[in-house]
Design a protein around this ligand. Sequence first.
Ligand SMILES: Cc1cc2nc3c(=O)[nH]c(=O)nc-3n(C[C@H](O)[C@H](O)[C@H](O)COP(=O)(O)OP(=O)(O)OC[C@H]3O[C@@H](n4cnc5c(N)ncnc54)[C@H](O)[C@@H]3O)c2cc1C
Length: 383
Amino acid sequence: MTEKFDILIIGGGINGAGIARDAAGRNLKVCLVEKNKVGSATSSWSTKLIHGGLRYLENYEFRLVRESLKEREIIKKIANDIISPIPFIIPHFPQQRPKWLIQLGLFIYDHLGGKSSLPKSKRINIKKEIPNVLKNEFKIGFQYFDLQVDDKKLVELNINDAKKRGALIIENNKVINVKRNIDHWTITLNDKTTLNAKILINASGPWINNVLNNIINLNSKKSIRLVKGSHIITEKLYTQNKAFTLQNTDNRIVFVIPYKEKYSLIGTTEKEVYSPDNPTIDNEEIDYLINTVNKFFIRQISSDEIVETYAGIRPLIEDFNEASKITRDYIFDLNISDSNTPLLNIYGGKLTTYRKLSENVLHSLGPFLPKTKLSSWTGSKKL
Ligand SMILES: Cc1cc2nc3c(=O)[nH]c(=O)nc-3n(C[C@H](O)[C@H](O)[C@H](O)COP(=O)(O)OP(=O)(O)OC[C@H]3O[C@@H](n4cnc5c(N)ncnc54)[C@H](O)[C@@H]3O)c2cc1C
């Protein structure tokens, strides 16, 4: 008789990895299947920030920002080997959001998540604090702090801990078929392996509706919009260990962040696409990022200076807003047409909120796992 897992997770991005860790730590029998290497998709194509999401305040996403700020503090403790605090400078100029609005936003950002170990935001004199970087017209700015993270490493640390706690992690093998039986799911992989599990979790990120419609063979109840975000990497544009939050005239922001000692990471864009597969940057996005940098920096760059690019796809929950305003929050779609075989689909989410998302997944599955300990544990155990 084949072993029966309590939970089988499709997808080894940050969300799948976080759920596997949390569940394995509750002594559940967990299996995670990833079609490539763990952390090789969206979770390694991010802007690599653990952040509250200052700009989401403008869309009144207080719940998301509060949770993200609280998580920022927790991740700073549990993953301190792979994160570093970094100051972000918002250069101010008259045509953009008024100073009072930025100051109000930063005040809320400093306090909404409760106690924080990061320095509070402040107004700065750009000429004095970061001379010879920005054009002369940028005299005043604001500084706030967030965390930089090695995103892929964060996935790997969660996976390693899940393994240590007994989870089976299968890489380079795709879930190709799923059958709902009376009291369990049968999951077939690319190499014909079959696995049985009581609960199925679809954590396949931007592939979520492909997996749901074509592999699990159920109709998706939630619509998503696939929004590509691209980055360019250039040789370091300046020496100071500070990042910039550049506000564009289209009301979007572009980050310029010191990256791996020698480089600057510049991103990101928002462009709607129709397939989650093989995202790449296009010329329009390259021009957009370069033009934004050139609007602010003394040093002017061109596409010749790009040493690398990458792009990822955000699976955003459709709320009929323009791409930059669609919520970055996550939601669960629990399918319990037969309570012996629950299916949980995970829509949306940020790198920053993966731990809380995982904890919420376990709590929402509590009724189907009566003997499982319910108390949260991942926030106090180092990765
Ligand atoms: C451009 C960009 C910038 C971002 N920047 C940030 C940031 O700075 N901070 C932040 O907090 N968040 C950021 N995010 C959001 C964050 O990256 C994502 O929310 C997060 O990585 C999503 O993780 P995931 O596990 O849901 O998806 P993924 O990482 O995509 O994982 C899903 C996995 O499922 C696998 N899979 C799919 N189908 C199958 C199958 N049939 N069988 C087996 N495996 C399968 C895929 O191979 C993939 O590895 C950014 C996102 C983008 C796109």
